[in-house]
Ligand binder design. Structure first.
Ligand code: NAD
Length: 348
């Protein structure tokens, strides 16, 4: 049997990526829809063959409890609504997949993890990069020390946004600006590929004065992270810069670079390696997958075989703890230590 998903929130990500991906999954299928718009609900339900009995509004959401076709509730709402719907979802007894960032704050994440634990349901944060072949390959190269040990890493994730009225520019709904939305990819990918946790961060933050996009949330965050092995990561994110989604890991005997690293597709993995006195450059060609489909099938597999997901709620919490240290560092103009590790993942 394929695991049934109730998709909550029919915005861009749900309509353009998640629902089409579900149609092609091996272990997952669409079972129900939740939306505040009756017209959209009717149209999308007809398109995907979902009956009226499996269509819900935000008011009737809790009745999913009685829908035997639904195993997982997938929250694809603005960040500021994740906590409410994850907790309400957990109380229905269904497993929860929640979009990134897990919440607005680490405190919210803790509450969500605790409620899912109490309800005995699994909680996974929808981090795509952990299921993406080029990023996984880079991590494998580092693990095998093919280029000797890593020394420093540079990561950027930037794009331009235009609509100041969108929830992404409202503090209550977004939690923050570029950092929790797109800078988060630099953070969680760095942790994923290095397989260690930062012990200290130092950051700068900037927003162009007078730009209405940045009335409530920040534009630019640039930060450094120090890891126990000695690796330093330099990351930057900006909401008003031509798109750039890349990172490079610089090792003693070579470097590994991914362009379009955090994009839905189009990744390019290139390397340069010291080979005696020569330099050898190579592009490693890998087949692309559908990251959303892979991620959902992974969660379904965890449910079928009762395993802990690769990216459980604690992964989302760990990133919030680090992001809070980043904001604190930028505000106070000093390095901030990170105490304690929330992460209890399987991939280290
Ligand atoms: P979106 O604005 O396109 O969609 C949000 C949906 O939530 C809309 O259908 C909207 O009607 C609904 N909604 C319900 N209550 C709302 C309210 N009070 N205010 C505003 N909208 C409300 O956003 P999106 O790009 O689909 O993002 C949704 C979530 O997915 C966010 O958490 C975002 O960070 C995440 N996301 C993840 C990825 C990824 O690659 N994993 C990519 C994009 C977005």
């Amino acid at each position: 049997r394929r695991i049934g998903y109730a998709v909550v929130g029919l915005g861009h990500l749900a309509l353009e990526e998640i629902l089409p991906a579900l149609s092609n999954c091996k272990k997952s299928r669409l079972a129900a829809l939740v939306s505040g718009s009756p017209e959209k609900l009717k149209k999308v339900a007809a398109q995907y063959g979902i009956g009226a009995e499996s269509c819900y509004t935000y008011q009737t959401f809790d009745q999913i409890k009685n829908n035997k076709e639904v195993d997982v509730i997938y929250i694809v709402l603005p960040n500021g609504l994740h906590k409410e719907y994850v907790i309400r979802g957990a109380k229905t007894g269904k497993h929860i997949l929640c979009e990134k960032p897990l919440a607005n704050t680490s405190e919210e994440c803790r509450e969500m993890i605790s409620e899912c634990f109490k309800a005995q349901v699994k909680l996974m944060v929808a981090y795509r990069i952990h299921y993406q072949p080029h990023n996984r390959k880079l991590r494998e190269i580092l693990q095998k020390k093919e280029f000797d040990i890593p020394k420093f890493l540079e990561a950027h994730n930037s794009q331009s946004t235009a609509n100041a009225d969108h929830w992404r520019h409202k503090k209550a709904l977004a939690g923050g600006g570029a950092l929790p939305d797109i800078g988060l990819y630099c953070l969680n990918t760095t942790r994923f590929v290095l397989g260690e946790e930062p012990v200290e961060v130092f950051a700068y933050q900037y927003s162009t004065p007078g730009n209405p996009l940045f009335r409530e949330v920040e534009e630019l965050v640039s930060w450094q992270m120090r890891f126990p092995s000695g690796v330093i990561a330099s990351c930057a994110t900006d909401y008003d810069v031509h798109e750039s989604r890349r990172y490079r890991v610089n090792c003693r005997k070579g470097w590994i670079n991914i362009e379009q690293a955090y994009a839905y597709k189009g990744q390019r993995l290139t390397t340069s390696k010291a080979d005696g006195k020569m330099k050898r450059s190579e592009e490693i060609m890998l087949a692309e997958n559908n990251q959303f489909g892979e991620e959902m099938d992974h969660f379904s597999d965890c449910i079928i075989n009762n395993k802990k997901p690769f990216t459980p709620g604690e992964e989302g919490l760990q990133d919030h703890i680090i992001m809070e240290a980043i904001y604190q560092s930028a505000k106070e103009g000093r390095p901030v230590k990170i105490n304690g590790i929330a992460s209890v993942n399987n991939w280290k």
